[in-house]
Design a protein around this ligand. Structure first.
Ligand SMILES: Nc1nc2c(ncn2[C@@H]2O[C@H](COP(=O)(O)OP(=O)(O)OP(=O)(O)O)[C@@H](O)[C@H]2O)c(=O)[nH]1
Ligand SMILES: [Zn+2]
Length: 290
């Protein structure tokens, strides 16, 4: 589906067998009368994707912000959060963590788990999308204004609630959480683009870029095979801040003597959980590629 600058939506075919197009792409296309055909892709500003051993899965292109939703319940995986942050850093996309459901009793623990992220400079906002929708709207408005934002989050964190709050006409379904499994059902099955109204700002040229939200389906695995192990530390802000003091230039920061990163970690500048995730990722990304 291609949208013209005038806002008309045209159903287009692609040339060739397999389409590599993703939501957020800009394309050149020709009309075929009742529809259109996509001729070419305009070069992407950025592309957020995950990659495992077998395949690459793109989320969306040309993003201004990645908003990662987490919540006290279901308990979010710090490994998944970190993977999303690393993928965004690798694609040069600004990030923000949204802690939702702050009305729940587990909020202080979740807030504590996010402290290392705040400390390393990752913006964290607090939301209670269901309980305090107007406050959530006020918190989100300046963040989303004039930008294209991809909302990412494991199932059950409140993605659909957020879309429904900001895009009243969206028929995004709000999934009822599966209490028994302590996991949400996957109710969002395709990536969708929504224009946001009422969040307009004027840029330096006097134009008012419209705000847009992209809703993507939940995911189980977040492969980072696009990242080489030696790139990893540079893409994790707490690790990156400690770089430049290792005895060996190709230090893995795992076991080498004279490692400035491990010294920083020993001083408490890198959380134990982040150290564990780094070690796991380093190992995973060092495995032989087929
Ligand atoms: N207590 C509380 N519950 C919330 C809040 N926001 C959302 N929920 C609930 O959390 C559950 C999951 O919310 P959804 O918006 O469906 O989550 P989702 O991330 O879209 O999940 P999927 O549709 O499974 O991908 C629903 O039962 C919501 O009512 C909140 O601020 N506080
Ligand atoms: Zn080191």
């Amino acid at each position: 589906m291609v949208e013209t600058p005038a806002g008309q939506r045209v159903l287009c075919l692609t040339r060739g067998k397999k389409s590599e197009l993703v939501v957020g792409d800009r394309v050149r296309w020709s009309t075929t009368g009742d529809g259109g055909v996509i001729d070419s892709l305009v070069e992407r500003r950025n592309l957020l994707f995950r990659q495992d051993e077998w395949r690459t899965k793109s989320f969306a292109a040309n993003l201004d912000l990645l908003l990662i939703l987490v919540a006290p319940e279901p308990v979010f995986s710090e490994s998944q959060l970190t993977r999303a942050l690393i993928a965004a850093a690798a694609a040069d996309i600004p990030v923000c963590i949204g802690l939702n459901k702050t009305d729940l009793p587990g909020a202080p623990v979740a807030r504590e788990r996010l402290a290392p992220y705040r400390a390393m400079g990752t913006p964290v906002i607090e939301l209670a999308l269901k309980r305090e929708p107007e406050a959530a709207r006020a918190t989100l408005a300046p963040l989303l204004a004039g930008r294209t934002t991809l909302v990412l989050g494991p199932s059950g964190m409140g993605k659909s609630t957020l879309i429904n709050l900001l895009v009243p006409q969206a028929e995004a379904q709000v999934g009822e959480i599966s209490q028994a499994l302590n996991t949400g059902r996957h109710t969002t099955t395709s990536t969708r683009w929504y224009w946001l109204d009422g969040a307009e700002t004027v840029d330096e040229t006097g134009a008012a870029p419209r705000a847009a939200l992209i809703d993507s389906p939940g995911f189980q695995e977040f492969g980072l095979r696009q990242v080489a192990p030696e790139q990893l530390a540079g893409l994790m802000p707490d690790y990156a801040a400690a770089l430049g003091h290792c005895r060996f230039h190709n230090c893995s920061h795992l076991h080498e003597p004279g490692c400035g990163v491990r010294e920083a970690a020993a001083r408490g500048e890198i959380s134990p959980t982040r150290q564990r995730i780094y070690a796991e990722l380093f190992e995973e990304l060092s495995q032989k590629r087929w």
